[in-house]
Design a protein around this ligand. Structure first.
Ligand SMILES: Cc1cc2nc3c(=O)[nH]c(=O)nc-3n(C[C@H](O)[C@H](O)[C@H](O)COP(=O)(O)OP(=O)(O)OC[C@H]3O[C@@H](n4cnc5c(N)ncnc54)[C@H](O)[C@@H]3O)c2cc1C
Length: 297
């Protein structure tokens, strides 16, 4: 077992992740000290063979960068070195991307999703939303095939346990759908998992609906129900497919209250901007105190 390397200050994305990379480092340091004392390597999940590491950066090349929808690109990454291990992560995890250009070094979190898009295979892919003034998102958005990028991970606090909850209610905003897509996939692909999923997905306009086809296909599962809410008032004439649940107005909190009664076996997941997350959490906590399991991403 090798001594873990302490992350640099800029390796933290400052998003309040739990666990933070410094927590991971502390945990590894404790394991390392135990190893020095006992001479025995401690079996820990994150030490298992994985094509990406929590403790140092791994290089991945961009193999495809294509539009996913308005202001969102889908980038596929692959480790091109020979014999590299498969990249693994849990549903809901994120990776950290290292930005280092023009003497600015920093890190940002992105959510890995399966990388099998139109015959292009990679180790993982991400959906990146380009923010007008966004330092790292603009840079990622404009990467070219063959560019080399640095990533570490996976990090995350969410544990998906089949049948632990009767209902998982998801409230997503924009790219916040990314971790939910992996969680939904995992539940629906496990035929022993009877968890019912109810998704409320908030988007700006029709052009910014991510995974529209996939969500529509999930609709055929008995245990998946969803609604999309478009907030932009300029959105008219949405072309829905047969019974595609697109609503041309914002999500109202009453729609969530309609799911009452809430019980201990319900879990609520919220993923959007920090404001979005906090306001839904606050509403729900004050109006429906019986909800115990609220997880923010
Ligand atoms: C766990 C986690 C997972 C994430 N996964 C993804 C993902 O899969 N895809 C993705 O595109 N982003 C994701 N993000 C957000 C991402 O980490 C960056 O914050 C985002 O790309 C903006 O970075 P930037 O350097 O371009 O913007 P900055 O230069 O940091 O900020 C520029 C401007 O953009 C605004 N801005 C920045 N971030 C946000 C935001 N999230 N919501 C609203 N306004 C914002 C700021 O107000 C600011 O005015 C995730 C964040 C976390 C914490």
């Amino acid at each position: 077992m090798e001594k873990p390397i302490e992350p640099a200050k800029e390796d933290c994305c400052n998003s309040g992740c739990n666990p933070c990379i410094f927590d991971i480092y502390e945990k590894q340091l404790t394991l390392y000290k135990k190893y020095l004392e006992s001479g025995q390597s401690v079996n820990d999940n994150i030490l298992q063979k994985n094509g990406i590491s929590q403790l140092e950066y791994t290089a991945f090349n961009v193999v495809k960068n294509s539009p996913a929808c308005h202001l969102h690109n889908c980038l596929i990454f692959k480790n091109v070195s020979e014999g590299s291990n498969k990249v693994r992560w849990k549903p809901g995890d994120h990776f950290l991307y290292k930005f280092n250009e023009n003497k600015i070094a920093c890190t940002r979190a992105y959510t890995p999703i399966e990388a099998r898009i139109a015959q292009t295979e990679g180790d993982f892919s991400i959906i990146v939303k380009k923010y007008e003034q966004g330092l790292v998102s603009s840079h990622l958005y404009n990467l070219n095939e063959g560019d080399t990028t640095l990533w570490r991970g996976p990090y995350g606090h969410y544990e998906l346990v089949a049948n632990k909850f009767n209902r998982i209610i998801m409230i997503a905003q924009g790219t916040g759908i990314a971790p939910f897509k992996t969680i939904i996939n995992a539940i629906l692909n496990n035929e022993d998992d009877m968890t019912k999923i109810i998704l409320f997905y908030c988007c700006k306009c029709e052009n910014s609906i991510l995974f529209r086809e996939e969500l529509y296909a999930f609709k055929s599962y008995w245990n998946f129900k969803y609604n999309i809410y478009l907030s932009s008032i300029s959105t008219n004439n949405v072309i829905n497919k047969y019974q595609e649940p697109i609503n041309i107005h914002k999500l109202k909190i009453e729609y969530i209250y309609d799911l009452k009664p809430f019980v201990k076996s319900d879990q609520i997941l919220i993923c959007g901007s920090p404001n979005f997350n906090e306001s839904y959490k606050t509403y729900l906590k004050s109006e429906v105190p019986e909800i115990e399991n609220i997880v923010l991403f």
